[in-house]
Design a protein around this ligand. Structure first.
Ligand SMILES: [Zn+2]
Length: 714
């Protein structure tokens, strides 16, 4: 969905939030208990879990173009959304009935520099409706719906047992149906909990709830509906009920000591290649990125009064940082508007009238710069300044605004590691790739830990050696280095790459943290350009799909590697956060929610069975269990993501392509809440994610080995 909006910070805020707040919907959920107030200064940006007032508030956020990073979350009828927002935005939401429940992460210093830039960036949202009322509704005499328990799973993590269910009613069109689950455990305890209705794209899917703590192993479960429907009695089954082989004595792991910048990752790739020469190739991917660079820009005039944005055509590091621009009064009557460029100073001499008064407008100044210095400069009238008298201003220095001083500005060569004894295409291939999204700092830790485990143990563990005999492993630890450099140095919530395709007023430097292409919306299958949901044509959107399919070097590199190695049969796209395990279809069309084709029964079985194995391997590390409600096709368990990489790998190249969202919510026993970990958690948490999900990738290699062994000989 595309929402036209103006791009000044104030205007965007006003439109976004007035749209949200002026249409309170029916059936507001009760607010949460008052807790410690969460405060942000007006210009501070943070990732905050917010309990929204009601479904209508969520719908307005979505309609206003808020990027959705995650699946609907509900708890006891409350709608929880994770939003990147400023203190001012949070205050406005709060004043209208929303409640901040957790500051997941605050912006780093580098990003405060740009904190006035408005980004209602990725949001994890919730689409549940109302919780059942406290009292039972009057039940009608006739039973008018039938309930089917679609899922009933239990597991134990950290000593706590959880139960999760999914139930569908045949009364699909009645938004007021209330479903309650009753459970009994092996030691005779009983209890109930309500489910929440889950709709997606306006269509009823099922009722479900977040995993519920129960005192012991649940042995019986029934669901009842407010319309009188009663499900069959079901025995919950153990999830994922798959355990990988135990790690052998002396198994080497834990190769991650800190978050890794792109430069760190480059060094590690080099070190692994040197240390394990016989098992590693380094592949330079064919498309160099733009590099950590930007056009240099300055405001000529006062943006609050009247200004023109002047920008260099070349990047700032190509000799344009520090170039000056100014307007001058010629001090004589009847002068024309002239442009001069000398000694790195662009001088605009304003036109004067017969009295010697300057008469040039902002539009005339911008047009003159564009007409007479098209090879060096681009000028745009600042939003709100159109037609105003151009003041005498400057000199102002053009600057690219980039803060990183240790980062090479040149175009970046993205690299893949190829691991295996037989790196000749004769073995089944597996691809793991991470950090398509710049801010997901934990994700390259996962793939690098995985790579080094395979290499280090190849010399000491016969089972690992055997895997490297049978499987050809490709790893791209960092797909998006330029965005990652920006995330580390300038704006830690950066998601996209650094290529700015914006034109006109959207190029105003105040939008600089919103530029870039969402790499995982830039692929060719089920794309925005094909009419699928979950990508955007708006260059400032968090899910901007680019100018065309594969317009970006980063996405083209992933596909080039897969195309060059047709033995690749399995792939894992590693993202954060939230704790998901997903596969195609990853997108649907808006009208009628028509997804990309569903995998066949056999392939769906392969996806699910393999997922259970891999989820079991992830749990082996520290008990983290990826929920059954977050294991499945992207379009079902998360949202529609038009033009994502897994869909192209699967539908076009025939690769079984999965996605991880590492960083599962952590259970807080004191508050009985699941808590979000965010994109850049304290390092201890990121380290834990790297260890557990690396174990998941090792299991994917075993899945590939078993798959290849089961194929008929050629
Ligand atoms: Zn991501």
């Amino acid at each position: 969905m595309i929402v036209r909006r103006r791009w000044t910070a104030a205007a965007t805020t006003a439109i976004l939030f007035s749209a949200v707040l002026s249409h309170p919907g029916p059936g507001s959920a009760a607010p949460a208990d008052p807790a410690t107030p969460i405060t942000l200064s007006a210009t501070e940006t943070a990732l905050v879990r917010v309990q929204l007032r009601d479904q209508a508030q969520l719908d307005r956020l979505v309609a206003a173009g808020t990027d959705l990073a995650n699946r609907p979350r509900t708890r006891d009828g409350r709608i929880l959304a994770d939003l990147v927002l400023t203190g001012a935005q949070l205050a406005e939401l709060t004043s209208q009935g929303a409640t901040a429940v957790q500051v997941v992460q605050r912006a780093e210093d580098g990003s405060r520099h740009y904190a006035d830039s408005v980004r209602a960036a990725e949001a994890r949202t919730a689409a549940g409706l109302r919780a059942p009322a406290a009292g039972q509704r009057t039940t009608t005499a006739a039973v008018v719906d039938t309930l089917q328990v679609q899922q009933a799973y239990w597991w134990t993590t950290g000593g706590q047992t959880f139960l999760q269910t999914q139930v569908a009613t045949t009364a699909t069109d009645d938004p007021d149906v209330e479903i309650t689950v009753s459970w009994r455990t092996s030691d005779g305890a009983t209890g109930t909990f309500p489910l929440n209705r889950f709709e997606d794209s306006g269509e009823y899917q099922y009722h479900y709830a977040l995993p519920q703590p129960v005192p012991n192993r649940p042995v019986q479960l029934t669901a009842t509906s407010s319309l009188g429907g009663v499900s069959r009695v079901v025995t919950p089954t153990l999830w994922p009920n798959a355990t990988p082989p135990p790690l052998p004595a002396g198994y080497q792991k834990d190769f991650i000591d800190a978050y890794l910048t792109p430069t760190d990752i480059q060094a590690r790739i080099k070190r692994l290649a040197r240390q394990y020469r016989d098992l590693v190739d380094v592949i330079d991917l064919p498309n160099k990125t733009q590099g950590y660079r930007r056009n240099a820009a300055a405001y000529l005039g006062d943006p609050a009064v009247a200004a023109v944005v002047v920008e260099s055509v070349r990047f700032g590091d190509q000799g344009m940082n520090g170039v000056q621009v100014r307007t001058v009064d010629p001090g004589r009557r009847n002068r024309p508007l002239t442009i001069g460029y000398r000694d790195r100073v662009l001088t605009v001499s304003l036109a004067t009238d017969t009295a010697g008064k300057t008469v040039s407008t902002t539009d005339e100044v911008a047009a003159a710069i564009n007409a007479r210095q098209p090879d060096r400069f681009r000028a745009t009238v600042e939003d709100g300044s159109a037609g105003l008298p151009m003041p005498v201003a400057g000199p102002a220095r053009l600057d690219d605004g980039l803060q990183g001083t240790e980062v090479p500005a040149r175009p970046w060569t993205v690299q893949a590691l190829r691991l295996g004894v037989h790196r000749d295409g004769s073995r089944v291939g597996v691809l793991a790739y991470s950090q398509e999204h710049a801010r997901e700092w934990a994700t390259p830790l996962v793939t690098l830990e995985f790579a080094e485990r395979m290499l280090a143990n190849a010399r000491t563990d016969p089972a690992t050696r055997e895997l490297l005999e049978q499987v050809d492993i490709f790893v791209i630890p960092m797909v998006n280095p330029d965005g990652a450099n920006y995330s580390f140095n300038d704006f830690n919530f950066q998601r996209k790459n650094l290529v700015n395709h914006c034109t006109g007023p959207a190029r105003d430097p105040k939008n600089r943290t919103s530029w870039g292409v969402d790499i995982n919306r830039n692929y060719t299958v089920g794309s925005y350009f094909d009419g699928y949901v979950g990508g955007s044509a708006n260059c400032l959107s968090g899910t901007y799909s680019g100018t065309a399919e594969l317009s970006e070097a980063e996405s083209s590199n992933v596909i080039a590697l897969a195309q060059a190695h047709p033995n690749i049969t399995f792939a894992m796209n590693v993202h954060s956060y939230g704790g998901y395990f997903m596969w195609p279809p990853g997108a649907y069309r808006a009208d009628g929610r028509i997804t990309l084709p569903r995998p066949s029964i056999d392939e769906s079985t392969l996806f699910l069975d393999s997922a259970r194995r891999i989820v079991g391997a992830i749990a082996q590390e520290r008990g983290t269990v990826t929920w059954p409600s977050q294991t499945g096709p992207v379009a079902d368990v998360l949202y529609s993501a038009a033009g994502n990489s897994a869909d192209q790998l699967y539908y076009e190249l025939g690769i079984f392509a999965w996605d991880f969202e590492v960083g599962n919510d952590r259970w807080n026993a004191a508050t009985s809440e699941w808590e979000a970990v965010g994109f850049q958690p304290p390092f201890d948490e990121a380290h834990g994610e790297s260890q557990e999900y690396a174990g998941g990738l090792v299991e994917m290699v075993r899945v590939a080995r078993d798959y290849a062994a089961a194929q008929p000989a050629p």
